[in-house]
Structures are given as C-alpha cells and as structure tokens.
Design a protein around this ligand. Structure first.
Ligand code: IFM
Length: 442
C-alpha cells in the first residue's frame, strides 16, 4: 500500500496535532431548491463562465447524503471536519433564521459530535445570497453588517456544537477573483472594485469576530487566508520590486490589516479611485485578536517587471497539477517561516492543502500516486516550517471528496475520495487510504 510518512519525532505525529478534511457548502451540497439563490447560481447560469457549463444544483448531493458522508469522514480516522455554512440556506431575505436550513446543519453538527469529530465551521465560503449582491454585494459597506448579523444568529443557533469558527474563507478570492478580474462570482471586472470589496470583507470579518468571541467564548475563532508566495523571475532590481508589489497586493493585503491594523504601503501608489473607502475606526475593527489563523496553500507564482502594470505574471515550470499549478512545496515552508518572522501570529492551522490530479478510476479504485506524492512533499514542508519555529497545530486535506471546482466545474478533482457524479458513489482513493494510515500512526 502506498504510504505517507513523517519523521518519527515529528510534532505532526503527536497525538494533539489535529488532522482533518475540508469541504465547502456550494461545492458539495446541491439541494438548491431548499435555499435562496446565491451569486454562484447566477454565475453558473451565465454562459461561458464555467468550463463544463455545470452548476451546483446537485454537486455531490451532500444535502441528501450527509449521513453517509459523515460516516465516510469517520472511516478516515480524522479528528476534525471543516465545512462551510450556506448563508442563503440559513437566512431569509428579511434577515431571519430559516428553520429548515438551521436544522440541516444542526443535524450534521450533532452527528459529528456523536462521533467525536470536531466541527470547524466557515461562515462564508463565497456563496453570497443573490439578494445582497443585487444591492451591491461586497461593494456595499452594508454587506459587512449583514454578515455580522448572520454570524450573530448562526453562532447562537449552533451553540457549543462548533469547535471552531472561521469568519471568511480566502477573502483574496472573493475580492480579487470576484470583483476585480471577474473569473469568479459575481464576475465584476475593474481595478476600482477589488480593494473596496476586500475592505468590506475584512470589515465584516472584524465585526463578526467580536460577536463570535462574545457568543462563543469557548470556540476557537479566526479566519482562513490563502497564500500564493511570490518569487522573482530574476535578480534584477526591477523584477524584485515588481514581485514585492505583487506579494503586497495579493497576499499581505489580507493579513497585514488583521495583525497590524494597516494595509501595505503600496496603498499610496494606487490611484485614489482604486483605494478602499476606509472610515475612521475601520482598521481597529478589522484588527481583532484571533484565536487561530487558517492558512491555505497550493502553489507559488513567479513575477517580473512590466512597463505598464506594477507586475507581470510569468508562466510556471513543471511539475504541475491537473489544474496547471506548479508543485513547489518549498514555497509552503518559505511562506510559513516568512509570515512567522513578519507578524505576531496566533496558532496556525493549515486549513487547505491538496491537488487536482487527472485521476483514473479503474476496477473500482483510484491509484493516485501523484496526489500522494503531492501530500508527502507538502506535509514535509509543514514539518520543516515547524522545526523552524512556526506554531502549526493542525492540517486539513482539501478536499474530502471530488466536488464543484468553481470556474472549472467538475473537470478538476481535488478529493481524496472519488465521486462518481452519475451514481453519486464515493470511493476512497489511494491517497485517502494513505492519509488514514498516516493519521492512525500517531
Ligand atoms: O476548491 C477551492 C476551495 O473552495 C478554496 N480554496 C482552493 C480550492 C482549490 O481551488
């Protein structure tokens, strides 16, 4: 059997190092007739936006198969399950709780608890209710306050069934991909929008954090950020400067306000129209103490100087995953160490890491050695970072199962469990078995 291993003395083999699997509501649930529409429903219905013209109507049918899926999670031997709540499933347009939606999640949370699996709940993994988008979405400051009200009601309804709350998943993706380059919902394009959306997302995070700490003082409350470390194409001063700008724009923009209460200095280089609208007191709200920081890592990027723009993205070398992302575990260690050196951080959880691979389902099995190799390299990278002093407390594989991969539809498979979208049958891949084996070694 293919194996994943770590050095015997690795802190990642200690009993209290947490292992989990992660998913997100829109990507797996389906059951859309039982909730309000969200921006991804609208985006999927817009021709040309999703590679296979698919949508989230059924996805992995988790809405009906959640019991079986929790049994599957249990069978992997993990300590924790990271899921997200669909805002349009649990709230009405009037801002009241939707009892049927709440019941759906309460059932899930209770089943997890009965199996001693810790629930890591993300409140916003990109499925904004469409009625809020119709009012400007994250470009409207009011959405930050609606998010805080939603966080308030949900955290009261879920009580102590939740071990940990993350306010947002990857605000970079929501803001930059959704409101600046438009490859994600709601598909808005323009440099004048991205920073404004980001500011309102971060404001919503800060407002919600205060509420979570009040409503759930025993939960571990924080946020999940993605990092794509930036490397310079050459040693030239111009390329290094461009790369630093890219890093500030796509990575530091989201963490610096949380920890230091300020945006990176490049804010002053942006035209006024591209800057966020920061009101007095906003940065203090954003800079709430965090119980943990969730870090998602998949790949790195390479940049060079550009005559017209602040930076230019370069093609990345092989090896690459099926989605075209370079496999470069060294950058994972580098970014963890550099964040730890730059900021005063709370404990870190790796809340996502994994790979889309061109799996072959043969004789009822998926022998995904390439994904096992990816995991091995990246687990080693985390282990290296820990040995350099980074306080990493847990690791979640992305993803529990193949699912709707946003603009790529169902074409890219990130699961450690294979999903046959016709029969909805789940099959644990070799990587899932290897992950289970690693966890059981502790
Ligand atoms: O599938 C996504 C997930 O929803 C957020 N982080 C990155 C994953 C892979 O693209």
């Amino acid at each position: 059997m293919a194996k994943l291993s770590l050095p015997l003395n690795s802190p990642m083999l200690a009993k209290d190092f947490l292992y989990g699997v992660a998913t997100a509501s829109f990507q797996i649930e389906g059951g859309i007739e039982h909730r309000l529409p969200c921006i991804w429903d609208t985006f999927c219905a817009t021709p040309g936006k999703i590679a296979d013209a698919s949508d989230g109507a059924i996805a992995c049918d988790h809405f009906n198969k959640w019991q079986e899926d929790i049994d599957l999670i249990e069978s992997l031997g993990v300590d924790a399950y990271r899921l997200s709540v669909s805002w349009p499933r649990v709230m009405t347009e009037q801002g009241e709780l939707n009892p049927a939606g709440i019941e759906f999640y309460l059932d899930i949370l209770k089943r997890l608890k009965s199996k001693n699996i810790k629930a890591y709940v993300t409140l916003y993994h990109w499925d904004l209710p469409q009625y809020l988008e119709d009012n400007g979405g994250w470009l409207n400051r009011q959405t930050a306050f609606s998010f805080a009200e939603y966080a308030d009601k949900i955290s009261q309804a879920f009580g102590d069934l939740v071990h940990s709350y993350a306010t947002l998943n990857e605000p970079f993706c929501s803001a930059f991909l959704g409101y600046e380059v438009g490859v994600h919902a709601p598909g808005i394009v323009g440099k004048e929008f991205g920073r404004k959306a980001a500011h309102h997302l971060l404001l919503g995070h800060g407002l919600a954090m205060k509420i979570l700490q009040k409503n759930c003082p025993n939960a571990q409350n924080g946020i999940v950020l993605n990092f794509t470390p930036c490397y310079s194409n050459s040693d030239s001063e111009a390329d290094i400067k461009a790369t630093k700008f890219a890093d500030d724009y796509i990575n530091q923009w989201y963490i610096k306000p949380l920890i230091d209460g300020a945006y990176p200095d490049i804010i002053d280089q942006l035209p006024k129209a591209h800057q966020p609208d920061i009101l007095p007191g906003d940065m203090e709200i954003i800079q709430q103490p965090l119980d943990f920081l969730g870090i998602n890592y998949y790949t790195r990027m390479i940049y060079q100087a550009d005559e017209n723009e602040h930076y230019a993205e370069m093609p990345v070398p092989e090896p690459r995953t099926d989605i075209g992302w370079e496999i470069y575990p060294q950058a994972f260690t580098d970014v963890l160490v550099s964040l730890n050196n730059t900021y005063t951080l709370p404990p870190i959880f790796i809340t996502e890491n994994g790979a889309a691979m061109a799996d072959k389902f043969v004789d009822g099995e998926v022998d995904d050695q390439d994904r096992i190799d990816y995991y091995q390299g990246h687990l080693n990278a985390v282990d290296n970072a820990i040995s350099q002093g980074v306080n990493v407390k847990g690791y979640f594989a992305w993803s529990l199962m193949d699912n709707f991969e946003w603009a790529e539809g169902y074409l890219k498979r990130f699961g450690i469990v294979h999903v046959d979208y016709q029969s909805q049958q789940r099959t644990i891949k070799a990587s899932g078995l290897a992950y289970r084996n690693l966890i059981s070694q502790r």
